[in-house]
Ligand binder design. Sequence first.
Ligand code: BGC
Length: 687
Amino acid sequence: MKHILSSLLFALAALIATAQPYLRHDNLDEVISAMTLQEKAGLLVGGGKEFRIKGVPAGRTRAIERLGIPATYLADGPAGVRVNHPCTGFPTGTLLASSWDVSLVEEIAAAIGNETHEYGVDLLLAPGMNIHRNPLCGRNFEYFSEDPLLTGLLGAAYVRGVQSQGVGATVKHFAANNQETSRTFTDVLVGERALREIYLKGFEIAVRQAAPWAVMASYNQLNGDYTQQKKSLLTGILREEWGFKGIVMTDWGKKKGTVKAVFAGNDLMEPGYDEEIERIVSAVNNGSLDIADVDRNVRRMLEYIVKTPSFERYTSSRKPDLAAHATLSRRAAAESMILLKNDGGLLPLSPGQRISFVNLSGKDFVAGGTGSGGIGKGGIVRPETALSKAGFVLDQEADVALALICRSAGEEKDRQLPDDFYLTSSERKGLDSLQFLGKKIVMILNTCGVVETASWKDIPDAILIPWAPGKEGANALADVLSGKVNPSGRLPMTLPVDYFDDPSSANFPYDAPPRMEKVEYQEGIYVGYRHFVTSGKKVSFPFGYGLSYTSFAYSKPKVKVLSGAIEARITVKNTGSVAGREVVQLYVGAPSGGLEKPVRELKAFAKTRLLAPGEKETLVLRLSPYDLASYNEQSSAWETADGKYRFLFSASVEEIRATASARLKKPQSWPVKRRCAPITELKEIRL
Ligand code: BGC
């Protein structure tokens, strides 16, 4: 009997010793202890581009079946998830940004998140949050704006929307990836202040406000190191200062510094190559990489994995509500379009009006850009079809001409000046001949980026920018032209008079060099309108500009400095004859005495609901003193000066409609060496 008992105990002990933990939410450390070095390294390296549901692969993480660790799946955005199933082609980032509507972006992103979830994807590789440093960046259409606050608040809204559906968002490309030329190696040389205030600020806001599951480090180098391998960026700033808790992955390349990347806090090499696993394994074996660094990254990968639908064994319906998403996409695109000019109230056109549709570029309507941020072929509504459906009669002899300019753009290539930023000679001739024929002209800029407008903007009666508005974009265009929707878009960037007025043009590959080893951001913080308003240089259309089919009056504003927060209020009234929405932009001019600053900077904005004629709405805009701070490179601290701040309630950076002022009684400083408090806590700091 004794003998049988001891044999049983022995068998039980052996079983316990060999029993493998199976991944749960609460046993991550146990699972890590059970992993071999090879398995750990494998988890830090993506599984290549194969995808379990065929087509449009971006990447995946590797499964370790014996430990219950599933593979997870990664797909692009940002203008909708990209898999080989019917997906909605949503408006591109720049059009979404033109809405200046945080709730709308969140709603669109929730629909994108829903498609991501229903098609079995765990992590969406969006939003794209790089700054429009220069009008020619080939991927500007994927990104929001030249302004970091607009970028940050909309990026945060996008992340919240996607993640409300139980899948993750990935903010990208971190950081200073503002051109496509030589993007995989060029070294971006940028001062600490401009880096933090312009190029990192949007990411900071999104990370602090919305806690994205992932951050994608960019391809480029930043001040001498690849961002993917830069510890001060990926661990120092991102995690220690901003409190980021998710995973960092590389952009899709094959870089040599895998070990440096692991050490820097980059948790996932994508798309992933076996040699990267071998590098990690041998570095641990030869002592050049500490196993503790590997374990830390592995833990973060497991924390990500247990949140995913793949871990929950979610079986997707593969049937998102595409009809509802098309309707939403159409509404968002229409509302976000920017009316730049409308002489004599030419728009909206009358129902049933005869119009001639003239495609000056002779190219297909551009619904989205190309490359990973594209929206796939098929299902794109043609403008001729949309216009006819909206009741317009297309007739080449008509008195009103819709003149279309089309420009695509995309990954790996920046745009160029001739025949791209500038109109082609045949486009210009076409426009001139419409003028010669005495037509009323509505110019439509269906472009993936800014084109020159100053030399021809006097010719057309109306100018409308739909950018690249998604697959339903032509229907949305018809809604705006017919007045079914009153456009309420505002420019998220400046339209300069000439390309060379933009200071970044001194250091941008506009002449398509074959290689560019480095790029110096010599303009510092003077990016976009910050340069134009400070230097007084004339622009063609200013940042924040956009007309409506109605008009608005602004009340006298009130600004109150509460304990640690600033509250601004203004009432906006629709004084015109149709319903519409207004965007109130709050620019702040700082007192002298502190750091040198642009004459004014966007610090908050809000959009009214749809106001009927005569209707009013009071908007409350809140900001914290930290939002007013600039970065002092000498003291490595964010600082505000004391004194009188001017609060400018504006319809664009140049159209100040009402002003107020408020005093900050003492200067404040937030050193970055210690961990910065999250924004919610910062609000409590007394002035
Ligand atoms: C792009 C990323 C994209 C990735 C996967 C890269 O080339 O830069 O934005 O998410 O490919 O498709």
